[in-house]
Design a protein around this ligand. Structure first.
Ligand SMILES: [Zn+2]
Ligand SMILES: [Zn+2]
Length: 94
């Protein structure tokens, strides 16, 4: 589907559905957000499912995280058709 991403607000972008509470944590029927694949991958690169379920289950909280803010400032300047490479943060590799 092509529409606006709820996090970076680029438009139109190919979007995917993100479960704000991961399915593994009971979020199967919970709220979802419509995200471009770059934002979606970035979220899962920065946060574990436990962190998503425990605190980062709203777009406001996700967008407020420093690593996410930095990413969003950058990605907004990228053309929506561009493929964006996501690097897994060192935090998560711990
Ligand atoms: Zn996005
Ligand atoms: Zn997701």
């Amino acid at each position: 589907m092509e529409e606006a991403c709820e996090l970076c607000h680029r438009n139109p972008v190919k979007t995917t559905e993100h479960h704000l509470i991961p399915k593994q944590h009971g979020g199967t029927n919970g709220p979802t957000a419509v995200l471009c694949s770059a934002c979606h991958r970035q979220i899962h690169a920065l946060f574990t499912n436990e962190e998503l379920a425990g605190f980062y289950h709203s777009l406001e909280r996700l967008a407020d995280y420093p690593g996410m803010k930095r990413y969003l400032g950058w990605v907004k300047k990228q053309a929506s058709e561009k493929r964006i490479a996501t690097r897994t943060s060192n935090r998560k590799k711990r």
